[in-house]
Design a binder for this molecule. Structure first.
Ligand SMILES: *Cc1c(COP(=O)(O)O)cnc(C)c1O
Length: 335
């Protein structure tokens, strides 16, 4: 109902499963843990960007555009999925890759997501760390338009009010699943970066008048900056839904304690979390987003942040493709 007015293409295998994490819970104790498998959205190895791209690609097609342009870090999951979405709709794509991460792994440049960008036929331009990537995308768009293309620029992470609708949809889907299972979800925990995922969830739960708390774990920015970004986009997403004023600033939480030295830089907690989920649940996390988010969840469970009778959902946003660009991190034990 809420999303009926908005055009959407089909790119994801939704609803994604909501599964118990009982073996992890046995190790950690604490609240009942669940995992929402948005790593299984189905588009090109899955991940959260599929839901955003359903609305963004529909918008691009409605505007008669034929080329998707988007920025990201070199190992961007969003770029990989945008390239795949373009292929699926017979569109062209072009990526602006920011050298945001000082990579130490020889596979960082051409394995993982970059290998798949190449397979999807997505040309890439590279810009230095800290560049104005929006300006760089606008330049690429101008150049391609001069050659007759009709470019559609998607912001980093697909995070604008159109893309965030994908996570309004996820909030609705999760509420339906919790109801069918007869459980009262108290919190959703996930990694927050360009902010569209959290903004969509916050706006979606607010629109449903749901009390579910969205607990973001920042993977890049300090708390205040991340929360301000999420709040701003959640408000604009609510406006886009025709429900201005429903988002409360106090409900936007982004813990920055698990970023470590910076975006895409490893932390011991991330390595432990990725290893623990692999070995207790057979689930693959990633070094940049879901691994740090899970490090945060594990730490908060151990610190007793959650009551034992809570149902806490970890939203798995995907990203394991980038493991192949960070392989040396996980051979350290053997070394
Ligand atoms: C992009 C991404 C995120 C962060 O989502 P935002 O909407 O950018 O905040 C989390 N996890 C993975 C694997 C991602 O690729």
């Amino acid at each position: 109902m809420l999303l009926a007015p908005f055009a959407k293409v089909s790119l994801s295998h939704a609803p994604t499963p909501l599964e118990p994490l009982d073996r992890l819970r046995r190790v950690l104790g604490g609240p009942r843990l669940w995992i929402k498998r948005d790593d299984c959205t189905g588009l090109a190895q899955g991940g959260n960007k599929a839901r955003k791209l359903e609305f963004l690609v529909a918008d691009a097609l409605a505007k008669g555009c034929d080329t998707l342009i988007t920025p990201g870090a070199v190992q961007s999951n969003h770029v990989r999925m945008t390239a795949a979405a373009a292929a699926r709709f017979g569109l062209k794509a072009h990526a602006v890759l920011e050298r945001r991460v000082t990579a130490t792994d020889p596979d960082y440049e051409e394995n993982g997501n970059v290998l798949l960008d190449e397979l999807f036929g997505c040309p890439r331009s590279y810009v230095p760390s800290g560049s104005d990537v929006a300006a760089a995308c606008a330049d690429v768009a101008k150049g391609l338009a001069a050659k007759g293309a009709k470019p559609y620029v998607i912001p980093g992470g697909g995070s604008n009010p159109v893309g965030a609708l994908g996570y309004v949809a996820c909030a609705i889907e999760l509420a339906d699943q919790a109801k069918a299972l007869g459980i009262g979800v108290t919190r959703v925990v996930h990694g927050t970066g360009s902010s569209g995922t959290q903004a969509g969830l916050v706006a979606g739960f607010a629109a449903m008048k749901s009390a579910v708390e969205v607990f973001g774990i920042s993977v890049r920015h300090p708390r205040k900056k991340q929360e301000d970004m999420v709040y701003d986009l959640a408000c604009r997403t609510a406006d886009h839904l025709g429900k201005s004023g429903i988002v409360e600033r106090a409900r936007v939480v982004a813990d920055d304690a698990y970023v470590g030295p910076g975006y895409g830089q490893p932390t011991p907690g991330m390595i432990d979390a990725v290893t623990m989920l692999a070995r207790t649940e057979g689930i693959l996390l990633d070094p940049v987003y879901s691994g740090k988010a899970m490090a945060g969840l594990i730490d908060h469970v151990r610190k007793g942040t959650f009551r034992d009778d809570e149902n806490v959902v970890f939203l798995h946003t995907g990203g394991a493709t980038s493991l192949f660009g960070y392989k040396s991190l996980f051979f350290r034990e053997a070394a």
